[in-house]
Design a protein around this ligand. Structure first.
Ligand SMILES: *[C@@H]1O[C@H](CO)[C@@H](O)[C@H](O)[C@H]1NC(C)=O
Ligand SMILES: *[C@@H]1O[C@H](CO)[C@@H](O)[C@H](O)[C@H]1NC(C)=O
Length: 485
């Protein structure tokens, strides 16, 4: 009797086909493409929700081991030098950065062009304060070295294994990763801001030809420690770069243990401890802040934002439609959370004032607890919101998915005297307006107070003047909606 069992080869072929199906989501028809055409197609192109022809997918057999995956071979010749494509403290993009046995190597015969290594990388330990810890964070020869081409030849031999395409690599430990805000509004935010400096003309539609990163690597983080309790980090990563693969510290060691030399075609290396030396960081306490010194489009975030809200099911409308639609006010309530809550009567008065606006002006008003919504519901709601408000806290991370228009506003309630840059900075970095509230007074740039966490900051007696909030909403929503591009 014949029973069919697939051979290992058939399984491999099928696997390859599936990988190709997932990878090649571009719109190509031809089956014979050059290597450079293939490379271009692999860069899944970003777009907003645009009515396009359905994607047709064809397996391409030219994408072979020998073409794209051959080692970088210099034989008896000179080791190809590393190029620094862009650099600000904590965010450095290299072409041909080498690594071997856990150490990065910048190969250059002109080391004067290399920034101080402490602005590129650290030893990757936790960030704690104190001068001894600061010394421990400084990179050593084990972390990164700058060598000339002849030394490179002695260490590397005649070749290096290529990591093709674009890699994003974070050298941080888990300390500031396993949290929705730290991941999406700092790490991912900074990566994309630094990376998208290569396309400073991204339009409002968010369309860009930038290749998607092929892999996301972590040298000091294990696979169990990048997710957040609400599972938002996974959503953001997987809806933005569905083909991405991730490698963690075990993989990093294993690559190191092979005694082979590896080389990145292109890598963007992020290091939080290196970023804190940047002067923009010192002013804003935002590590991603340094990356804003690089060129960039005002619409730099739209490719990411669009992918996240589209994946959540938001049927995108055009920029013009946004400005014509009824404004949407979303109050993210923390009442019931148990920490950092409004005085209950003030919360009730605020809700009453907002519903009054709905009745008087026809605005859509939503009062929600984010933890009661599914992830997709959160993304869609944020994607439609014109004014988002709430007490300082993680729920406001949703502001990342708002569509920036001249009216788009974030209103953040603090205990009087308290202030933190997190959401204020993030709102402005997206081109929107932020108001902070201390009970019956409001402030905005440039009149923001210094960072402070007075007693009461984390408490459940935060005051808010609902009538003031409502007046400011009307003021913001009466603004002309001329698109500025
Ligand atoms: C590789 O790195 C380890 C750990 O730093 C070190 O002990 C070892 O000597 C290195 N191996 C080689 C061959 O350099
Ligand atoms: C690889 O190296 C690391 C440290 O360099 C070591 O702890 C680990 O056991 C090694 N793993 C393997 C699989 O050889």
């Amino acid at each position: 009797m014949y029973s069919y069992a697939p051979t290992a080869r058939e399984i491999c072929l099928l696997g390859g086909l599936l990988v190709a199906l997932v990878t090649f989501t571009g719109t190509f028809q031809s089956t014979s493409l050059s290597v450079s055409e293939v490379a271009k197609l692999r860069s899944s192109q970003f777009s907003g929700y645009i009515e396009e022809e359905p994607t047709s997918i064809t397996f391409n057999e030219k994408f072979s081991l020998d073409s794209l995956h051959a080692p970088l071979l210099w034989g008896k010749g000179q080791v190809p030098e590393t190029e620094i494509v862009t650099h600000v403290p904590g965010w450095t993009m290299f072409d041909k950065l080498y690594f071997k046995n856990g150490t990065f190597y910048i190969v250059t015969d002109d080391p004067t062009d290399v920034p101080p290594l402490k602005l590129i990388i650290s030893s990757g330990i936790f960030l704690t304060s104190g001068p001894t810890d600061e010394l421990k964070r400084l990179p050593t020869d084990k972390d990164m070295r700058v060598i000339d081409t002849s030394e490179a030849k002695k260490i590397f031999g005649d070749r290096a294994q290529r990591l093709d395409g674009v890699t994003w690599l974070a050298n941080d430990p888990k300390q500031f990763i396993t949290h929705y805000y730290h991941w999406s509004a700092e790490l991912f935010f900074g990566f994309w801001r630094a990376y998208s400096s290569l396309d400073p003309s991204i339009p409002a539609s968010g369309k860009t030809d930038l290749p998607a990163p092929r892999r996301f690597m972590f040298t000091h983080l294990d696979a169990a420690n990048w997710r957040d309790y609400a599972a938002m980090n996974q959503w953001v990563l997987l809806s933005t770069f569905p083909s991405i693969t991730m490698e963690f510290m075990d993989d990093w060691w294993e690559r190191g243990n092979t005694s082979q030399t590896f080389v990145f075609d292109r890598v963007l290396l992020a290091d939080r401890a290196a970023a804190i030396h940047g002067h923009i960081f010192l002013r804003t306490q935002r590590t991603a802040g340094n990356a804003f010194a690089l060129p960039g489009s005002v619409h730099w975030w739209q490719p990411i934002r669009n992918r996240v809200v589209n994946a959540a099911g938001l049927t995108e409308f055009s920029y013009a439609d946004y400005t014509e639609r009824l404004p949407v006010i979303t109050y993210i309530s923390r009442q019931g959370w148990g920490r950092r809550m409004l005085i209950q009567e003030h919360h009730e008065r605020l809700v009453q004032e907002l519903y009054q606006l709905r009745d008087d002006y026809g605005y859509e008003v939503n009062v929600v607890s984010m933890d009661k919504l599914t992830r997709a519901e959160q993304m869609v709601l944020a994607g439609r919101t014109t004014i988002m408000m709430g007490v300082h806290g993680n729920g406001l991370t949703s502001l990342l998915w708002m569509r920036p228009t001249p009216r788009s506003t974030v209103m953040e309630f603090f205990f009087p005297g308290g202030f933190a840059h997190d959401y204020e900075y993030t709102t402005r970095a997206l081109g929107m307006v932020h108001y902070g509230f201390w009970g019956d007074s409001a402030f905005t740039r440039p009149d923001v107070p210094p960072v402070a966490y007075p007693p009461g900051f984390q408490g459940n007696e935060i005051p808010i003047d609902g009538a003031l909030v409502a007046r400011l909403c009307v003021e913001r929503l009466s603004l002309s909606e001329e698109a500025d591009d």
